[in-house]
Design a protein around this ligand. Structure first.
Ligand code: VG1
Ligand code: CO
Length: 555
């Protein structure tokens, strides 16, 4: 039967501006008539889709994924695509989508996820488009999508019987535009195969068989099936090495955000004393973030990036060295010190993975990272949670092979001894009124003239600015990427408003102080940074302007 392409009249919305990573809204917002369709059509209209092109589609398994996938399939058919690759059961992690786009040369992909945001009927939903290099669409595209979404008057669709996305295989449809195929692919295999080409699985297997205990927490989100295949099936870790590995539509009611607050169960296990596992890790909703823990020890993401860069040659994929590194501006300067030693370039970009793509495509950087638990390399164009976990395991396996010891804490301490420690913490104030958050930012910017030279306790301000990024590859400029207060000794306080929240505003305060003295490097970050924290509160007048007494999340 031929299916007719239909043109449906619609009216634009004015709130479809993609944030740091795609469009994220409450599920109810996405459920408004035409809301999802308008956004998808605005993406297709921006792209100029070649007739017969292939689109990759998958998500983190949260509520509304299945509905959105059916809608996108129908709209893709109506907009000239000839094939859609869908992960089985609608599941594909963000890094897996990135890999599949690259491996099968698809015309980009749609990722259905609000990442670490809560899910379920009353939670958040999200959607983002990744371009043909596998990476998030750059601002040039997302700005155009937003402009189109405000003035859209119609979208195209073809009504199909619901496609069975639970079963592997192909379903063919005839539309009045020609043949259209939905191909349901194994969600895990391509990605797991890629990991096996990058890392020394035999060495990791040996480590895991030696009595070294690991615990991986998928937080009821997308990495569950990936972890099962990679850790248990391929690396022979015990089933008890995994927790929360069955994806659920509402992440079992939790925040699938791998940090010390929301991954509390894993943190309790890892800090349970002498019998705690040797290595712990967690990933977020869509599988692009990672938290790394040792026995009774937490690794900040900024330090993790630095340690991976310093030890990259221990891993097969990077054994001949890395071309360069990049970090987002708020990420600590720990990796910068490694780059100096390795004599490779280090780039500083705004927050959000989309800014790394150009540098990787140009071969300028191999490893990238963000303080927000994101680390990855040029094997894909997204951050990659399980990749980071495997990288750590591979490095630990090499250490174990060398001297029979594999300790996360010992590795970090050795790293600090060599490079010094960039003591680091982030304080988040979530869901505060937008006007109050804006007032804080304005209040700080109002002091740009008077702050330089001022002394606060042991610290003196050297300069302050609102971070702007000039992309050296495509010449684009991104302004207002976060307010920086820089101190004479290299310490920093950065203030930034989140671009991923869906309720009010989230203010992030990033704190960093460099500690070269090995006798002080073991201090708890909150203690070592106590004075900086006070200075940040004083300069921002946060309490007076927002009424917030304490951060919601401290990392
Ligand atoms: C946050 C992080 C940022 C990250 C982004 C997407 O953005 O700070 O580093 O790239 O989330 O990650 P914001 O604007 O809220 O600070 V994910 O795993 O939510 O796709
Ligand atoms: Co994520």
């Amino acid at each position: 039967m031929q299916n007719q392409v239909q043109t449906i009249s619609t009216q634009g919305f004015n709130d479809q501006k993609p944030g740091t990573s795609g469009l994220r809204k409450k599920v109810q917002v996405f459920q408004q008539p035409h809301y999802l369709e308008n956004f998808v059509q605005s993406i297709f209209d921006t792209l100029d889709v070649p007739l017969g092109a292939t689109l990759t589609v998958g998500g983190d398994g949260r509520y509304y994924n299945r509905h959105a996938i059916q809608t996108i399939i129908e709209m893709a058919a109506a907009n000239g695509f000839g094939r859609v690759l869908v992960g089985q059961a609608g599941i594909l992690s963000t890094p897996a989508v990135s890999h599949i786009i690259r491996k099968y040369h698809t015309f980009g992909g749609m990722i259905l996820s609000a990442s670490h945001n809560q899910g379920g009927v009353h939670g958040d939903f999200g959607i983002k488009y990744n371009i043909s290099n596998g990476g998030p669409a750059p601002e040039k595209i997302t700005d155009e999508v937003f402009a189109k979404s405000k003035v859209i008057t119609q979208y195209k669709t073809v009504k199909f019987a619901p496609v069975d996305i639970n079963t592997l295989g192909e379903t063919e449809f005839e539309t009045d535009q020609g043949k259209f195929t939905v191909q349901v692919i194994d969600a895990v295999q391509d990605y797991a195969d890629l990991m096996q080409t990058l890392f020394d699985f035999a060495a990791i297997k040996k480590l895991l068989a030696s009595g070294f205990k690991m615990k991986f927490d998928a937080m009821h989100a997308v990495t569950g099936p990936y972890a099962q295949e990679i850790f248990v099936n391929r690396l022979c870790a015990s089933e008890s090495s995994l927790m929360n590995c069955v994806p659920s539509e509402d992440f079992n009611g939790g925040h699938p955000d791998p940090n010390l607050t929301y991954a509390a169960d894993l943190v309790a296990i890892m800090f349970s004393g002498a019998n705690a596992p040797d290595f712990g890790a967690a990933s977020d909703g869509d599988g692009d973030r990672n938290m790394i823990l040792g026995k009774n020890f937490f690794v900040t993401p900024s330090d993790s990036l630095a340690v991976l860069a310093a030890n990259a040659t221990l891993v097969p994929a990077y054994s001949s060295g890395i071309a360069g590194v990049a970090r987002s501006m708020p990420t600590s300067g720990a990796v910068d010190r490694v780059a100096v030693k390795l004599q490779i370039p280090c780039y500083e970009t705004p927050t959000g993975w989309k800014f790394f793509g150009n540098l990787m495509d140009a071969g300028k950087v191999t490893l990238c990272g963000e303080e927000s638990f994101g680390t990855s390399s040029s094997h894909v164009r997204e951050k990659d949670g399980l990749w980071a976990v495997l990288f750590w395991l591979n490095v630990l396996a090499q250490k174990y092979a060398l001297d029979g010891k594999a300790s996360v804490e010992a590795m970090l301490k050795a790293h600090w001894l060599e490079f010094g420690r960039n003591v680091y913490s982030r304080h988040d104030y979530e869901a505060i009124p937008t006007e109050a958050a804006n007032a804080v930012m304005q209040h700080i910017k109002g002091q740009f003239e008077s702050l330089p030279g001022q002394k606060f306790g042991h610290y003196q301000v050297s300069s302050c600015d609102d971070f702007s990024y000039h992309d050296s590859i495509d010449g684009s400029v991104s302004n207002n990427q976060g307010v920086r207060i820089l101190f004479v000794d290299g310490s920093r306080i950065v203030f930034r408003l989140s671009g991923t929240g869906t309720e009010g505003a989230t203010l992030r305060i990033y704190l960093e102080a460099y500690e070269p003295d090995s006798h002080k490097q073991h201090l708890d970050a909150q203690i070592a940074l106590a004075e900086m924290i006070k200075i940040g509160l004083q300069i921002s007048q946060l309490l007076a302007l927002t009424g917030c007494v304490e951060p919601t999340v401290i990392t």
